[in-house]
Design a protein around this ligand. Structure first.
Ligand code: HEM
Ligand code: HEM
Length: 189
């Protein structure tokens, strides 16, 4: 028998369907982008270029979906946190979520800026459908290097935050059993 405290279960209000769809779409695109960038590093040039073409389009999609998600959060009241969270857990979750939002904007923006500078102002192709204009960041070597390093460092930070976030989700699911995970997963009982 699961030992979910009825008070806690009752307080585990789900995120809205729209917020869940956006959360999981963004999460999948980010995981795909990190794996794609890392695993394609040693592939032959044309294969790497094809994967990085998708990486750029996925990344810009994350940027747009994040703007939609932020708009959604401003228009809808956020679902209240699980009541049984300790103060430090609630604070850590808040900081993690805020940092995620910042990275969900800053990672695509630094990638876009890097590619804009490195390609000397060429538009970024989105799945071959249309081009996003280059960001006006300058084309000199120092600018290219700065955005490349920044993009890489933010990518590492994103991975660290992801590990913390998933560890938190699993702790609440399997140790605390407080219904946190089902707030974001439509089919969990
Ligand atoms: C890179 C991938 C991910 C990103 C960027 C991400 C980002 C976020 C953000 C920003 C929130 C806060 C939503 C809000 O209140 O506005 C959130 C909540 C949540 N995420 Fe993720 N997430 C990712 C992957 C995952 C994964 C893999 C899991 C499950 C193992 C997960 C489980 C949850 C849960 C359960 C919540 C709700 C937490 C609560 O009750 O406050 N996330 N996520
Ligand atoms: C959610 C969005 C994104 C994530 C999570 C992400 C993540 C990453 C990661 C982890 C790397 C490897 C960095 C390293 O090992 O040094 C990388 C590299 C790269 N990213 Fe992104 N990225 C995103 C968006 C973008 C966008 C929007 C663009 C361009 C429009 C872009 C262009 C690149 C390029 C060109 C590289 C290769 C850099 C090199 O040659 O070393 N990224 N990205």
């Amino acid at each position: 028998m699961e030992t979910i405290d009825p008070g806690a279960a009752a307080s585990a209000v789900r995120y809205s369907r729209g917020a869940m769809i956006l959360h999981w779409l963004i999460a999948l695109l980010i995981i795909g982008n990190v794996l794609g960038a890392w695993l394609s590093e040693d592939l032959p040039k044309p294969d790497r270029a094809a994967i990085m073409g998708l990486h750029k389009a996925f990344g810009i999609t994350v940027l747009l979906l994040t703007l939609v998600l932020i708009g959604w959060r401003l228009l809808h009241r956020p679902s209240p946190m699980v009541e049984t969270l300790k103060a430090w857990e609630a604070a850590l979750a808040r900081v993690t979520h805020w940092l995620f939002y910042i990275l969900m904007l800053a990672l695509p923006l630094t990638g876009w800026a890097f590619v804009s500078a490195a390609s000397q102002g060429k538009p970024v192709s989105i799945f071959g459908l249309f081009g996003m204009p280059a960001l006006p960041v300058g084309f000199d070597k120092a600018t290219v290097g700065t955005f490349k390093d920044l993009h890489g460092a933010l990518g590492t930070l994103m991975v660290a935050l992801f590990v913390l976030h998933v560890a938190g989700a699993l702790k609440h699911q399997f140790l605390d059993r407080d219904g946190t995970l089902r707030r974001m997963v439509p089919f969990l009982k």
